[in-house]
Ligand binder design. Structure first.
Ligand SMILES: Cc1ncc(COP(=O)(O)O)c(C=O)c1O
Length: 379
């Protein structure tokens, strides 16, 4: 598509990607993939090792092998949640919140249905979870707490440090879903009290879909749920125990991982603080301007990351999304955004979500407000 458009669906996946990201992926195809460490070509580029170091530096992780690559945040969360349960080996109590994405809720619900865990879901009253809300429901059987760092509906970012200190002081595994924050909100999981931190490649790290990963502090707490070739220790019929091979069987996504290196480099050069400050300028403008439109109801007026959810009185959110695209070439997301419980809490069966990246401009925000104003005036 070459016609001009305004893309405001960056919480789903960022667009456009920086040119260097596209080039990095394309460059991988200019020679055979030469699996580093497995190939006979001794000077083959080490896409995976290079990216692992870049991502480790970005996340403040001193041992790069503790960064594991997967195909997405969803893949990482499945691997960690099911792998933790497998290793734990007996039923346990798990805690999460109603702010979470289905990629947290569904693996936990699946474990619950299989009788492997009992699950408590904190019904939040404020989009910022308080450590005491977790502390109050922890029992001697609690073994796992899973919290999203940034909400993909309300844009709230949790204060990981006090929550992690509380949870981990009882020896409970603390897993953080950083899919919405990595790349647009400061987060150095290597220096935070977390046991594992999940990231995705294709959102604010500006990589391609099909990439993601996690940081794990103590890998002995999680069993691998996938086994296969590693190009190392091939005589053994068992998965190697050492990192990162323990969790990375099979041929990696070379173009995607090279692109992730370039995307992370792009974010690093631009600076997460600069990115955040640009997004806050645009978000503050949108909150004020949308809030002044008759009939518009905003569900979050002070998000920490640039995600805004609203409805227009008398209109279905799907219809607003349709008109925004058809009449104004503005791309948003409508519906439940894969986080069904928080919609119950805010009493909205769906919403229009605007989510920005550092590629957006204030002029695009102004054009969007003008469009919503026109749409709301038709009711
Ligand atoms: C909070 C949150 N967690 C997890 C995911 C899943 O990310 P991925 O697309 O990498 O599987 C998303 C994606 O929308 C998300 O918003």
């Amino acid at each position: 598509m070459t016609e001009p458009l305004i893309y405001l669906n960056n919480a789903a996946t960022t667009w456009p990607k920086p040119p260097e990201v596209l080039k990095a992926a394309a460059d991988v195809f200019s020679s055979p993939f030469y699996e580093h460490g497995r190939t006979t070509v001794k000077d083959a580029p080490d896409y995976i090792g290079t990216t692992r170091q870049t991502v480790a530096d970005f996340f403040g992780v001193s041992s790069p092998e503790h960064i594991i690559f997967t195909s997405s945040a969803t893949d990482s969360l499945n691997l960690l949640i099911h792998g933790f349960a497998k290793r734990y080996g007996k039923p346990f109590h798990a805690i999460t919140t109603d702010l979470e994405h289905n990629s947290v809720l569904r693996p936990l619900r699946t474990l619950e249905r299989e009788g492997k865990c009992s699950l408590s879901i904190i019904r939040t009253t404020d989009p910022h979870v308080k450590p005491e809300e977790i502390g109050e429901i922890m029992t001697d059987d609690t073994a796992l707490v899973v919290i999203g760092h940034g909400s993909n509906v309300l844009g709230s970012v949790q204060d990981i440090e006090p929550i992690g200190n509380l949870v981990r002081s009882s020896g409970v595994f603390f897993l953080v879903d950083g899919a919405q924050t990595a790349g647009q909100y400061p987060a150095k999981p290597g220096k935070l009290p977390v046991d594992a931190f999940v990231f995705t490649g294709h959102k604010s790290l500006f990589g391609l879909p099909g990439t993601g990963g996690f940081y794990i502090r103590s890998p002995e707490q999680v069993d691998p749920i996938r086994q296969g070739g590693t190009g190392v220790d091939s005589a053994s019929q068992y998965q190697p125990e050492e990192l990162p091979l323990k969790f990375e069987p099979g041929t990696p996504n070379y173009p995607g991982i090279a692109a992730l290196d370039a995307g992370t480099g792009f974010v690093e050069r631009r600076g997460v603080d600069t990115i955040l400050s640009h997004s806050r300028t645009m978000t503050s403008y949108l909150v004020k301007a949308l809030g002044e439109i008759d009939g518009v109801r905003l569900y979050n007026s002070s998000p920490d990351i640039p995600v805004l959810t609203f409805t227009v009185k008398g209109m279905e959110s799907e219809d607003i999304g349709f008109i925004l695209w058809k009449a104004y070439r503005i791309v948003v997301r409508t519906g439940l955004h894969c986080s069904p419980l928080i919609h119950e809490r805010i009493n909205a069966s769906g919403g229009v979500r605007i989510s920005l990246s550092c590629m957006n401009t204030i002029e695009e925000c102004e054009a969007t407000v003008a469009a919503v104003e026109e749409i709301a005036a038709t009711i």
